[in-house]
Design a protein around this ligand. Structure first.
Ligand code: AMP
Length: 207
């Protein structure tokens, strides 16, 4: 059993590595951004009420976020995109403990470059970008689904999101300092993945 947080700036690779590590270890990947996007796609009341904030790259309220996560929390998990504020971390402490926080550390330049290149498969959720390009532009290699660009993947929004990260999310590094391991995320996928898996093995969170 493992209770993990994958932490980092927007576009650090939290989604990519959560999926890869989940596939390798069987630990369930939970992305609060995906949970919110599903609410929007299903056009639920919650989905409609958050669309404006999501499009602007602003944070959804802590109460709504924690409530939605609580409903979707398995025993063993990789959290991707949560917590984003000190208050969320404190609220989550009442719900669950945490074994390890993996900080995937990248520069602002990497963040902006990756944002403009990111494409996602509408059908299976596979992620493409600078380092993982599809064989055919606009088409998913895995399932043939259509690749799309998220509404919030533009330069203005990513700069706003970096500011939100610096003001509200970065202070969590101190909150979790006893559980924190830092991984250099300014590299290609494989060495980063190997570093993360090695760390999990060293901490006996994965055999
Ligand atoms: P992500 O897919 O993690 O980049 O999240 C996309 C958007 O979903 C963010 O810009 C926020 O609007 C919202 N969101 C995701 N996770 C959280 C969170 N933990 N707290 C507040 N808002 C969130």
């Amino acid at each position: 059993m493992a209770k993990l947080i994958f932490f980092g700036k927007p576009m650090a690779g939290k989604g990519t590595f959560s999926k890869l590590v989940s596939k390798e270890t069987g630990i369930v990947h939970i992305s609060t951004g995906d949970l919110f996007r599903k609410e929007m796609a299903d056009e639920t009341e919650l989905g409609k009420s958050i669309k404006d904030k999501m499009d602007k790259g602003e944070l959804i309220s802590d109460d709504i976020t924690v409530e939605l996560l609580k409903k979707n929390l398995p025993e063993s998990f990789i959290l991707d995109g949560f917590p984003r504020t000190l208050n969320q971390a404190e609220m989550f402490k009442e719900i669950s403990d945490i074994d390890l926080v993996v900080d995937i550390d990248v520069s602002d330049e990497t963040v902006i470059e990756r944002t403009l290149a990111r494409r996602i498969c509408r059908k299976c959720g596979a992620i493409y970008g600078l380092n993982i390009k599809p064989n055919q532009e606009g088409v998913c290699d895995k399932c043939g689904g259509e690749l799309y660009q998220r509404d919030d993947d533009n330069e203005k929004t990513i700069k706003d999101r970096l500011e939100v990260y610096n003001n509200q999310t970065k202070p969590l590094l101190d909150f979790y300092k006893d559980k924190l391991v830092r991984i250099d995320g300014n590299r290609t996928v494989d060495p980063i993945l190997q570093d993360i898996l090695k760390t999990l093995k060293e901490k006996s969170l994965y055999m």
